[in-house]
Write a protein that binds this ligand. Structure first.
Ligand code: KMH
Ligand code: ZN
Length: 272
């Protein structure tokens, strides 16, 4: 099987310091956390930013600051979020793509998100896909619901996304597709065989979904955006312990972990 790409969603938009004191918030803290997960074995960081009050922000300057630290201190692939937080405008959300990072997330449909709606009307998705093309950014198609796969395939037909696609299946968001092995297999059946894919599980489903990803030859996403616990009732003391555990699992299942350079090759990200 291919080497395993570990992505870490370091901070997300929803988790708070009240929930975990280990959450990095400032660009400096986020970059320090990036360094630690790289040392633990990650090759991609999925980035969100927070303002000085800890609230989610898509401000270009905050991304630019964190990215400059991460690039100076690591060889990680940087994937910016275009999801931001529910309720943000398209203009707000697309800002970090204009920094021309190597990757950006791209959700290809709308979904209930707890009591909120994560709204991604198709004209906006097309605009984000065009921004990715303009800045030579590799999109990661975020799949929270099954219809989002067909939407992504339609974008390929429209020339707005390129084969091979890279998918991230996010299972277990309240309002989205539930985190079961059967659902993961169902989603996998719908993507082109040329695709690469990774899997994220929300909350207590993170480790089981990641394990399925390792066994099925996919890749895995961990991190505080999706889950803050190491095990039931025990907070993870940073993102790195979650990575270290995945590296150990990958070793058991004979999936050596990809370096960022190897991950770039697997994902078709060209050297800049
Ligand atoms: N914060 C969620 C509403 C992404 O980063 O692309 C959406 C999200 C997806 O986090
Ligand atoms: Zn995100």
């Amino acid at each position: 099987m291919e080497k395993l790409i570990i992505t870490v969603a370091l901070v997300g938009a929803e988790v708070t310091r009240q929930q975990t004191p280990f959450l990095p918030l400032t660009p400096r803290e986020i970059a320090d956390e990036a360094r630690k997960v790289r040392e633990a074995g990650a090759s991609i960081v999925h980035l969100h930013m927070r303002d000085q009050f800890g609230n989610p922000s898509q401000a270009k300057a905050l991304f630019a600051e964190a990215i400059s630290y991460i690039q100076a201190e690591t060889d990680l692939i940087i994937q910016v979020s275009t999801g931001g937080a529910t309720g943000m405008s398209a203009e707000e959300r697309v800002q970090p793509v204009t920094l021309a990072p190597e990757m950006a997330s791209l959700s290809t449909g709308s979904v209930n998100f707890g009591d909120d709606v994560f709204s991604n009307p198709l004209p906006m998705v097309r605009e984000f896909a065009r921004a990715c093309q303009l800045h030579h950014v590799k999109p990661e198609v975020e799949v929270f619901e099954v219809g989002m796969i067909q939407n992504a395939l339609n974008l390929v037909k429209q020339g707005l996304l390129q084969d091979p696609l890279h998918f991230n299946f996010v299972l277990g968001v309240p309002g989205g597709i539930p985190a079961t092995a059967k659902n993961l297999l169902f989603l996998l059946d719908l993507i082109p065989s040329s695709s690469t894919w990774t899997v994220s599980g929300i909350g207590r489903h993170q480790l089981s979904m990641n394990t399925h990803g390792i066994l099925l030859g996919g890749h895995v996403r961990t991190g505080f955006e999706d889950n803050i616990y190491y095990r039931k009732g025990v907070l993870s003391e940073g993102n790195a312990p979650l990575v270290t555990r995945l590296v150990a699992l990958a070793e058991i299942f004979d999936r050596p972990v990809a370096t960022p350079l190897e991950a770039r090759k697997l994902l078709g990200i060209l050297p800049r």
